[in-house]
Design a protein around this ligand. Structure first.
Ligand code: 0O2
Length: 231
């Protein structure tokens, strides 16, 4: 999920046509312009919320690097979902497209991925974040303890964080995915394959991927055990 520099004019034009299409209206219609204004404001909120949560992780990583003499977080990635992807996910869930519907029904418009070295680091960092008094944990899905049938492992947390503006503060939801390097390696390949149209022998591939997920899981466990022996 690397953040890339975006041309603001191009971004505005593209957002306007995507919103108009979703509403079934002309790009100049009043309802499109009004929705667009609100939509853009919310996108700003999501970007700001990501910055706040990312800073929290960077601070925790610094703190733990002193007490543990190593950094538990390998790296952090983030992204705000694109308008197309927001509209697509609302449709798939059977929801209408409106700014209210998107803020109420989607938890992962702002997403942060925290890649840790070891499984224990995931639980330590997640626990430290959830104890911060300006963070509310909305939902947790532990796909490490309960992996998905395809082999997917990750620890998902939806948090709500306050974003302060001059007039008032806004509470914004951010989805955090915690993974080890091995889990992330697997998930990236599986994600790429999911979007491929023509896959030869899909059953064989799914079986191979599941086996790789189990190997990655056992590698994580062994690496953790070695690490624990030398501490
Ligand atoms: P993308 O392109 O990564 O953004 P929720 O409404 O939160 O309860 P949801 O959204 O299905 O339900 O949440 P869940 O199950 O926590 O999974 C959301 C995200 O986790 C996905 O986002 C993926 O990023 C990741 N994920 C979940 N399952 C898998 C999987 O089997 N393989 C891989 N590679 N990633 C997975 P998106 O929006 O689907 O995709």
């Amino acid at each position: 999920m690397p953040q890339k520099k975006i041309n603001k004019t191009e971004e505005y034009k593209s957002m306007r046509s995507v919103v108009a299409k979703a509403l079934g209206e002309d790009t100049d219609s009043a309802v499109v312009l009004e929705t667009l204004k609100d939509f853009r404001w919310h996108m700003t909120l999501y970007h700001c919320a990501i910055r706040e949560v990312q800073t929290k992780f960077e601070v925790l990583d610094e703190e733990l690097s002193i007490s543990r003499v190593r950094n538990p977080i390998d790296h952090i990635e983030s992204r705000v979902k694109t308008p197309e992807s927001i509209i697509g996910k609302l449709r798939r869930g059977g929801y209408e497209f409106s700014v209210k519907s998107m803020t109420e029904n989607l938890n992962d418009i702002a997403g942060i991925r925290v890649i840790c070295q070891y499984v224990d680091d995931i639980y330590t960092v997640a626990d430290m974040l959830s104890k911060q008094d300006d963070i509310s944990v909305i939902k947790v899905k532990d796909y490490i303890k309960n992996s998905k049938p395809n082999g997917y492992r990750s620890y998902h947390m939806v948090v709500e964080v306050p974003v302060f503006f001059s007039e008032r503060k806004h509470y914004v939801r951010v989805e955090v995915q915690f993974r080890t390097i091995a889990m992330d390696f697997w998930a990236s390949l599986e994600h790429d394959i999911k979007y491929k149209k023509e896959i030869p022998d899909p059953e064989v591939l799914a079986k191979d991927l599941k086996e790789c997920a189990d190997i990655a899981h056992s590698l994580d466990a062994r690496m953790q055990a070695i690490r624990d022996r030398i501490l």
